[in-house]
Design a protein around this ligand. Sequence first.
Ligand SMILES: [Ca+2]
Ligand SMILES: [Ca+2]
Length: 77
Amino acid sequence: MTTEQELRSLFNTLDGDQDGKISINELFLSPGLSAVISSQTKTTSPQGLIAQYDSDKDGSITFEELKQAVKEASSLT
Ligand SMILES: [Ca+2]
Ligand SMILES: [Ca+2]
């Protein structure tokens, strides 16, 4: 399980242009970090992550969406 603080720093590292959202391009730019996100959210790819957890359908993942994704994934087990 990842703490909110760890998740926040992961999010900030992935958000290369610091606009507060992780786009699919940013996920592809950091394959190592994307793999961590994938394992935390039980998805297999950046596309899968966005397809499953982009709740407002803007094509990118906000911190709130990421947090929700991790929460949902960890309560599934
Ligand atoms: Ca961004
Ligand atoms: Ca979104």
